[in-house]
Design a protein around this ligand. Structure first.
Ligand SMILES: [Zn+2]
Length: 54
């Protein structure tokens, strides 16, 4: 069963299954899971989490 997740920074939607293997990142913050399509998006989130709902 597949599950679609959305990059918290750029909004790109992708399948959760296999996403990490393809370079996506998952970050836990304040009890929530945030997904990012790529390292640059994760970096941008870490720079200013509040701007992306973190
Ligand atoms: Zn992204």
């Amino acid at each position: 069963m597949s599950h679609e997740v959305t990059c918290a920074v750029c909004g790109t939607a992708f399948e959760e299954e296999g996403a990490v293997e393809l370079g996506a990142l998952r970050v836990a913050r304040k009890g929530r899971i945030f997904w990012f399509c790529s390292p640059p998006c994760e970096k941008e989130f870490q720079r200013d989490p509040e701007a992306y709902g973190g």
